[in-house]
Design a binder for this molecule. Structure first.
Ligand SMILES: [Zn+2]
Length: 58
């Protein structure tokens, strides 16, 4: 059985998840977690860019 690269547990199926510029083979649970973190990171970046843009126009 393949082992998840994130939590180290043996699982039936591994998922190929893109984290930043890297790819990781992880179990379903970790795949969901990593995807959530990725989304949060993108949102934070967008918010920071908006704030900077807003300040820049003042
Ligand atoms: Zn895992």
């Amino acid at each position: 059985m393949p082992a998840c690269k994130e939590c180290g547990e043996d699982v039936e199926e591994l998922f190929n998840v893109k984290v930043g510029s890297k790819r990781r083979l992880v179990c379903e649970d970790c795949a969901e977690l990593l995807e959530e973190q990725e989304l949060i990171g993108e949102e934070q970046e967008a918010v920071i860019q908006q704030m900077m843009g807003y300040k820049g126009r003042r």
